[in-house]
Write a protein that binds this ligand. Sequence first.
Ligand SMILES: [Fe+2]
Ligand SMILES: [Fe+2]
Length: 141
Amino acid sequence: MDAIVMLKDEHKDLEKLFKQLDKDDLSVIPAICSALTLHITVEEQVFYPEINKRTDVEADDIAEVLQEHHLLKVLVEEIRELTPEDIEYKAKAKVLTELARHHHEEEETELFPEVREELGRKRLQEIGGKMEQFKIDVAKG
Ligand SMILES: [Fe+2]
Ligand SMILES: [Fe+2]
């Protein structure tokens, strides 16, 4: 599968979970934390290193994406240390989804179009294959 199509699908799946939280369904928060963590891990371990290697996308732009990931990961860690009874549990989860939405929007409107133009379909499918394999390996532990 095309790497960018795969990542956009994951953004869509995440958005479905975010919508549940919009309705104040706090039971979805652990699922948000694990799905977002897996998504970020695949991007950091496979997608962005390939982009770095194979395109002229500015290192600065990738560094900014990674900084946003960093903030998302810190929030996930903090949420995991709390329980639904903590007043900050929902607050942190709401901020997490706001940041993630902003982040996904930036990836989709700024970075992905540039990457697609530079790499083309065949290369993107190759990278997508590596990402799929990575997810299989993660699932196996
Ligand atoms: Fe990302
Ligand atoms: Fe993403």
